[in-house]
Ligand binder design. Structure first.
Ligand SMILES: [Zn+2]
Length: 479
């Protein structure tokens, strides 16, 4: 099983002379039409991992490791990664080195991995197996990670007796997910941002809300670096976590409104509101095995659904309800709908509304290239097209008519503001007198005249209210 997994070694070709190392100037420049991930994949050799241990290694739980042990194997998850100081001069032929903090259910240990080519498959939360020949004590001299005091140095490309291998597959999914010294007294994001970051060993539990595209930026000191920004949330607040260089590819494994992170001792940037980063003593437990994570995921799912810029029409739920619905046709006012939804929460009902269109945004949205929209990876996507590419995951996302196209609707009892309705595709076509495709293809002057025609006319809408959907659903538009 282990043999099928990938390892760092498999990404390196054998080099006979360090002078053959390709200078960084010749690497492809960004913006040549390929994403960073495509470039990484194309530039790396085919994954092959034929390494088998030639000597016997004893497998240890991490808290059983001791200074001076020889030939050990450990299995754990990556809870932190950071590059070794850029100021120290690297030996010839060495591309760099990275500190990995590996944690199992018993303890944590620091691994210093030296490489000639950066190990792109190492990401926070991934399970790794490490074979090493010696365990050192990190207490002496300057040591970067005080929370994981034992220290293992490996350089798999040079030393064939050590190795690091990512373990993937269903059989490994639940291994090493128990947080260390866990007590369910977590700090809320709000408390953390308002002074709680001063508390030693502060722990926050958050869910990933959205992930930005990975960008190359120039830092204050003039050096360039990759960064991915991840928006995190709990039930009190939101925050942005910046993941730099070695950790910037990690969020490719994360799923918005599902991936939970238990972060111990993150650093808080005081100059930006709620900006978090990883410090050398930070631990990030990805999808920790604790009941609070499940509860928070449920909360995040509901919140994200409520805040979605363009929720899907609930075709399935509506079809199920249509089978059992009472045979009645009632004309409501907006105030009636509001009263009924509040008086009998949980009740699902259907009726008709007679509304006047007060405002339309067709020409403005066309100009702003925002006629259609959807979300992917928690990020809004707008375009005057039926599909668009997600900047983070590069997948083609199908777009629906932007609900903000309807500005404001009023009746005698109240009004509905922009973007609050969920229309079926059929209802959109009926309302606009054209399909989504025809809407995109319409010229500015055509849309202007459509707007003029529709403004201040009275329309009858068949609506459906269900607490689970949480928005007024329009299934039909009548003259
Ligand atoms: Zn995406």
């Amino acid at each position: 099983m282990v043999g099928q997994s990938t390892s760092i070694q498999s990404f390196f070709s054998t080099r006979t002379s360090p002078t053959k190392v390709i200078p960084p100037e010749s690497s492809p420049v960004p913006g040549d039409g390929f994403t960073a991930e495509e470039l990484d994949n194309a530039l790396l050799p085919v994954r092959q991992d034929n390494w088998t241990p030639r000597i016997v290694y004893d497998e240890y739980e991490i808290d059983a490791l001791m200074f001076g042990l020889n030939r050990v194997k450990i299995v754990g998850r990556l809870v932190n990664m950071f590059e070794s100081s850029h100021t120290t001069k690297l030996p010839k032929g060495l591309g760099g080195s990275v500190h990995l903090v590996v944690k199992d259910d018993t303890g944590a240990v620091t691994i210093r991995l030296s490489y000639t080519l950066p190990p792109t498959e190492l990401r926070l939360g991934r399970l790794v197996a490490v074979w090493a020949t010696y365990v050192a004590n990190g207490d002496r001299g300057s040591f970067p990670c005080a929370v994981a005091p034992l220290y293992i140095k490996i350089f798999p490309e040079k030393d064939k007796s050590c190795r690091i291998r990512v373990l993937e597959g269903a059989e490994f999914a639940n291994l090493c997910r128990k947080p260390l010294n866990y007590q369910p007294t977590l700090m809320s994001l709000k408390a953390f941002a308002r002074g709680g970051s001063e508390v030693i060993d502060a722990k926050i539990l958050v869910v990933v809300k959205s992930v930005s595209a990975r960008k190359r930026v120039t830092k204050k000191d003039g050096t360039e670096a990759y960064v991915t920004r991840v928006v995190l949330m709990d039930d009190t607040e939101e925050a942005t976590l910046s993941l730099w260089d070695t950790t910037s590819t990690t969020p490719n494994d994360w799923q918005p409104s599902h991936t939970a992170l238990l972060i111990s001792s993150p650093s808080l940037n005081v100059s930006h509101k709620n900006w978090l980063a990883l410090a050398s003593d930070t631990f990030v437990d990805v999808d920790p095995c604790i009941p609070e994570a499940e509860r928070l995921r449920g909360f995040a799912g509901r919140k994200v659904k409520r805040e979605h810029i363009n929720p899907t029409f609930p075709y399935e739920e509506y079809a199920l309800w249509s089978i059992i619905k009472p045979n009645e046709r009632v004309l409501y006012s907006l105030a009636d709908v509001d009263d009924r939804a509040r008086e009998t929460p949980g009740e699902t009902f259907e009726g008709y509304l007679s509304m006047i269109i007060m405002d339309l945004n067709m020409t403005t949205l066309r100009q702003q290239n925002m006629l259609m929209c959807n979300e992917c990876c928690g990020i809004p996507i707008y375009a005057n097209a039926k599909v668009a590419k997600c900047k983070h995951c590069d997948s083609q996302v199908s777009l629906r008519v932007n609900p903000r196209l309807i500005g404001k609707l009023v009746d005698e009892s109240g009004c509905i503001t922009s973007g609050k309705l969920v229309l079926s595709d059929h209802a959109w076509t009926r309302l606009l007198g054209r399909s989504a495709q025809e809407l995109i293809e319409s010229s500015a002057s055509t849309l202007k005249s459509v707007e003029h025609r529709m403004l201040h006319i009275r329309i009858t809408l068949r609506f459906w209210w269900s607490e689970e959907v949480g928005k007024l659903v329009i299934s039909e538009v009548l003259e």
